[in-house]
Design a protein around this ligand. Sequence first.
Ligand code: ZN
Length: 656
Amino acid sequence: MSTRKLFWVRWLSSLTIAGLLIVIVFNLADWKVAPSLSGSKSLVQSNSVELGPWNKFASPSGLDRIGLKPSVQSNPVELGSLNKLASSATLGRLRTNGVDLTKPLPSFNSCGAGSAVGDTYFTLAAVGDLLLHYNIINTADRQGYDYLFDKVRPFLQAANLTYANFEGSSNPNAPYSGVFPLFNYDPKLAKAAAKAGIDLVSTANNHALDTGPSGLDATLGSLATAGLAQHGTTARNAKRQVYQPFELKQNNIILKGSFLAYTWGTNGLADPYKQVNELWDANGRLRQSVKDDLARARQETELVVVAAHWGNEYQFLPTSQQIQGAKELTAAGADLILGDHPHTLQPVDLIESEGRQAMLIYSLGNFIAAQDAYQAQSFTQTSLILYLGVTKQADGKVALNGYRYLPVFIENNTRPVPLLLGSHPEAYRHILQQMRDPQGTRAVNPLNPPSSIVSICPEYTFAEASGLSIPGDFAQYFATLGTGDKSYQLSQSLALIGFPTSKVVEELSGDCSHLTRVLYTERARLELQPEANWPFRVVGTQLGTNVYFTKYKPPYASPELIPRRLNLAIANPRFKAFFQAFGGLNHFGYPISDELTEIDRETGKTKIVQYFERSRFEYVKDEPENPDPLYRVQLGLLTKEADPISKQCFNAMVKN
Ligand SMILES: [Zn+2]
C-alpha cells in the first residue's frame, strides 16, 4: 500500500459483545465524524480500536515498514530450549474432527481485574488413575502407603479441592490384587491418599465392580472411613446421590460446587443393582439421565465438575465420541470436565456449546500405575497434577480462569515425582504439548513445592511499590509483556512496564468510549478488555501519543493522522535492537516521531529520544553504552507526564 493511500485510510474497529473485532475501513471523504466522544476514537485511543490494522501491520511486511526485518522475538525464558524439541512426530496425530488440539491456548487464562476489586480465586487440583499394579502394592506393603505420595504431597495439598480417579475396588473381604483384570487394594491406600491431600474421587470406572456388587459396597465403606468423598457409584442399601456437593472456602467467601462421575462401562461385569453411573446411551450419546443430573446440579450449585471415564486406551487424541460428549456435557451444565481412562495424557481444551463454556482435559492419564512397558510408545509413565482456577466475582458470578500444571513422572514404575526438565526431556515435551503450552509458561516449578494454594492468577506484589500489586490479567500482561503466553524475566518486565503506581481503578478507556478497569504503572497505563482474548485482553493506552502531541503540537490536521501512517522508521541502532529484543509492536506500538533531542528536566542532561505510541525510548547523549542490553535504552516515565484521561477525553470532545 502506498504512503499516500495509507495517509488517506482511516481504520476503525469496535468490540462486539462476543469480543470479536469488526474492522471497518473508511476513506476520509466518506467518513462523517460524529460530534461525540466516539468520534475521537483514534485520538488517544487504546488498542481496542486498532486491532485489525495492528494485526496486519504486525505481519512481516508491517515490520519491514518501520525498518525492521522480521525476526523471532527473543524469549529468554527458562524453558525456551524446549522449542528445539518441539518438532514432534506426534503433532500431526493431534488433529481430529476439525478440532485442532495442537494450538496453544493463550486465551485459556482469564483472570479479570484481580482480588483488589473483590474477586476471590479458587484452585482445584486433579490427577489421573490410582491404579496399583502388583509391584506397587508390594512396595507399599514394605514401605507404607504414604511412600507412594511422599514426593508430590505438597503439590496435592496446594489446592482448595483435590481430585483423583480411584480405579479399582478396596474390599478387605477379598484378596488384594494388582493384576489385570482384577484390581483390589488395601484400604490403607484410601487413607494415604486422603492424608496426601486428595479430597474427592471418582469411582465410576471400568474396574468399579472388580470384586462384585458387595465388593463395591465395601469399597465405598473404605473410602468413607478414609474421609474421601466420592461420586460415580452407589452402595446397594443407599439412595443414589444426584451429585456429591462440596464447598470451597477462602476469606469467608464460599463457593458451592457439585461433583458428578460417569463411566463408559465396567469391562463387561454385570451390574445387577445398577450401582455404577453410566455415561453413554445405547446410541453412544450422552445419556438423558446424565443430562438430568447435570441440570439439577447446575440449578442448585455454582460450579459443576464432571469426571468422565471414556476414550480409547493409549491414544493421545480424544475420540469423536469424547469430543461430542464434552460438548453435550458442557451444554448440559458442566464447568470443568476431567476425563480419564486412556492411561496417557490427552489435551486440555476450552470448549463452548450452546452458549456455555467449559474447561476440560480429555484424559489425565496415569498417576500411580506401573505401565513402563508402554512409556516409550504411549507415555504411560508421564503424568501431571492439573490445577484449574475459578473466580467468584464480587457480583457473585463464577468465571473460569484457566490452568496450570505440575509435570510428573512415575519414578521406578512405582510413584509420582515432580518431573524436572532435564531428566526426561521427551516426556516433558509431551506434557507441554498436551497442555498446549509450548513455552511451559504455565508449568509449576517442580523444585519449589508450594507452601500455599497454587494460584492460576498470581499477583505481583512489590515492597518497592508500597504494597501496591499487579493483579489479575494485568499480572499476565506484566509477565508476558503483553503477549499473553511468553514468559519474560522480572527485570525485563520492570524495565519495560515499571512498578505499579495505583490500585486498579475504573476510568474511561483510552478511546474515551467506555469505562474500564485500569492499572497505572511507571511506564504504562494498562486497560482491561475483558471480552477480548490475548494478546489484546490487556492493552496499553497511547501515552506516547499524548505526551508527544502535547509537547510538540505537530502540524498534523488531527492526531488520528499520527505519523504511523508516514512510514517512520526506527533508524537508531540502539532503539532498533531494544525494540526487537523486548516487547516489539505489542508493547510499544509504532514510532510516531523521528529521533529527537530533549533535555531531561531533572538531570539537565541531553537525551536522544524517539516517541512510540505507548512509549518514549531514550538514552543520555555521549554516555557510554550500558553493557546490559536491557538498559542501553530507558523508557520514559510517561504516566507522570501524560494528561489525565479525563483531560485527554475532554480535549478530544472539544476538538470534535
Ligand atoms: Zn479405566
